[in-house]
Design a protein around this ligand. Sequence first.
Ligand SMILES: *Cc1c(COP(=O)(O)O)cnc(C)c1O
Length: 395
Amino acid sequence: MYNINDMKKTVESFIQLVRSIYKEDFIALHRPVFEGNEKAYLSDCIDSNFVSSVGEQVAEFEKKIAEFTGSKYAIATVNGTSALHVATELSGVNQGDEVLTQALTFIATCNAISYKNANPVFIDVDKDTMGMSPVALLDFLENHAEKHNGTTINIKTKKRISACIPMHTFGHPCRIEQIASICNEWDIPLIEDCAESLGSYVGNKHTGNFGDMAIFSFNGNKLVTTGGGGMIITNNSEIARLAKHVTTTAKVPHAYEFIHDQVGYNYRMPNINAALGCAQMEQIEKFLKSKRNLAYTWKQFFESHNIDFVEECDGYKANFWLNAIILDSKKSRDEFLEETNKNDVMTRPIWKLMSSLQMFKHCQNDGLVNSKWLVDRVVNIPSSVPDNILNNRKL
Ligand SMILES: *Cc1c(COP(=O)(O)O)cnc(C)c1O
């Protein structure tokens, strides 16, 4: 058990270090940086009147994300949740189905499943990646599911398992190659929730290229922000065509008639948001580099204070979107949260498990041993791109 006086001292020197890196009075977990062409591109939108759902910046931003992630197609949406909603729909998730996902995730993942009137089934995570465990996934399928006429059925509930949505927690890639091969074997469509993992790789492959499609978020607290925004990426031309179609009101091109051939969504990203995104993408390499240096600084500090800092797994490259530490007990965690927040240094516990929220309490889970362990111990620490330039040290 961590001694409380030790903890007080540790937090004191942590706060000192934090304040040597960030000059703001209140230090946020993740604030945006606008040091590039943001204002110029926004002005162009206003001067040209193209501020809304039509405009060149949307296509430009999509192109930039496709290029950066190495994905064939990218379709911009109004936020990450809407991208997840449409991805779930395009995977063929229907009313009453089940979708395998993590209990340790942000609410958007499970909300999107619920919008299709389907239920999440919660699979445990690995302790080191904090993302879906392929061992737990395979164990669940082998013990609770069977293949039936080309689909996978949950033996207990008799429901169809129609998708799997793992999430790359805080930008640390989960074991997605193993998950992809299990999904492939069981004929389960795979959607990667990459909302937090822009700039994170497994080997040389960007996250989001391992399944049928993936989504990103450009909310204000993400690595790259458009104010609010999202993106679907895929390497499948038919999925790409459908994704563009249903997110843009399912309008059939015509010189002047309004023809819509199905119920679609107005999930279009406005041009002004895309303009912001274009300016942000010009700086992404700088953001990633400086966040890596920051992670190295945190790692050194916490290692010297005998606190676990969440690092990259071998062969994986994290974007270090939100840095995380693992305290030795809930008591030390609460102590750390209390002392830092009291001093205007924002730190946060990880999310409550989705399986503990009243909307999802009834959903099946596999026991969630690692998820429960992590929930009591993980704390996010300030992770914004620092305003002073850190040295070029490597993690
Ligand atoms: C941010 C986030 C989303 C999407 O959020 P939006 O605010 O709708 O853009 C989805 N999943 C996870 C894990 C996230 O962190």
